[in-house]
Design a protein around this ligand. Structure first.
Ligand code: HPA
Ligand code: ZN
Length: 326
């Protein structure tokens, strides 16, 4: 088996997937029709043509517009179920899904609708596909601390349906420290902590995520390589990085997959993992990310095995299921 074939076949966990970023144009149009909404695009092809991004913000504008077709519990269920079917085909056996409640509550959709729709799809994935799945609630960092606190309050009646919290959306100008108090409260509640940092933002934001938010993983973190002391700290703590190669390419964080830092991160001894981020928008699900990275960087079989093992080590799975996966 070549490294590429092994990358496709090996069982793996996905730890950085925004479930709203799995919404394919076909489902966006189907949900718009089901919900009696009109879209500012004439066809699925016309929508896909708009997927030419220059940076994170140019993507986020279209991503939030796409999510506007989600209104009812069944819409959230159908979106997540479509993702799980696709993940199964890529030999994903465990997934931790980010969701953005504020994207929906701003349109009058309740947190209960969002969480119940997603949670029922997670239960179905376990029962019908053998995929274990958990939810991680993300705060939108371009919004205020006060709005993050209100979102947490609204979600607390559903506390048992999500295992942790994260921080996403526009990074530059919204450092992790803006949410120090929110995350302190989340830690008191026993929630697991992750945060996007070092995608477009500087290494200083990764330090803040570690020290102020006490994050257990860094989402992206590719800019950590600019700071040798940070790399040493991440290696010492064995803080995982959930890296998303095709996202980095599509959002112009790297100009060519051959320049992607994945191999340097692994060779520096960091617990890096491969993930799809927003697969409907960035041109590929888990195996596309895995196999294209293996080919572009000429990764070895050992690298592939390390990446798969890292995905389970970095996961929040515990108990018997962890023993089964590791
Ligand atoms: N970065 C920040 N926020 C996001 C992303 C991302 O890659 N995808 C969806 N929300
Ligand atoms: Zn992300």
């Amino acid at each position: 088996m070549t490294p590429t074939e092994l990358a496709a076949a090996i069982p793996k966990a996905e730890l950085h997937i925004h479930i709203e970023g799995s919404l394919e144009p076909e489902l966006i149009f189907a949900l718009a029709q089901r919900n009696g909404l009109s879209l500012p695009y004439a066809s699925e092809a016309a929508l896909r043509e708009a997927y030419a991004f220059t940076n994170l913000q140019s993507f986020l504008d279209i991503y939030y517009a796409g999510a506007s077709v989600l209104l009812h519990e069944a819409d959230f269920h159908d979106m997540a179920w479509a993702y799980f079917l696709r993940a199964k085909a890529d030999n994903v056996v465990h997934a931790e899904l980010f969701f953005d409640p504020q994207t929906h509550t701003a349109r009058g959709v309740s947190v209960a609708t969002v969480i119940q729709g997603l949670a029922s799809a997670c239960a179905r994935a376990k029962a019908e596909l053998g995929i274990s799945a958990e939810l991680i609630l993300c705060f939108l960092r371009h919004l205020s601390e006060e709005e993050a606190f209100a979102t947490l309050e609204a979600a607390l009646p559903h506390r048992e349906q999500f295992i942790g919290v994260g921080l996403d959306s526009s990074e530059v100008g919204h450092p992790p420290s803006k949410f120090s108090r929110v995350f302190a409260r989340c830690r008191e509640l026993g929630l697991r902590i992750v945060a996007h940092a070092g995608e477009e933002g500087p290494p200083a934001y990764i330090w803040e995520a570690l020290n102020d938010l006490k994050t257990e993983r860094i989402d992206h973190g590719v800019r950590s390589l600019e700071d040798p002391a940070l790399v040493a700290e991440l290696a010492k703590r064995r803080t995982p990085l959930t890296v998303c190669p095709l996202s980095n390419l599509k959002l112009c964080v790297v100009n060519d997959l051959g320049d992607h830092p994945m191999k340097r991160l692994l060779d520096a001894g960091l617990c890096a993992t491969v993930n799809s981020d927003d697969p409907a928008y960035f041109g590929g699900y888990m195996n596309a990310n895995f196999t294209q990275t293996v080919q572009a960087l000429d990764l070895s079989r050992e690298h592939v095995i390390t990446l798969a093992r890292n995905s389970f080590e970095a996961s929040f799975v515990s108990g018997a299921r962890r023993a089964e996966l590791m």
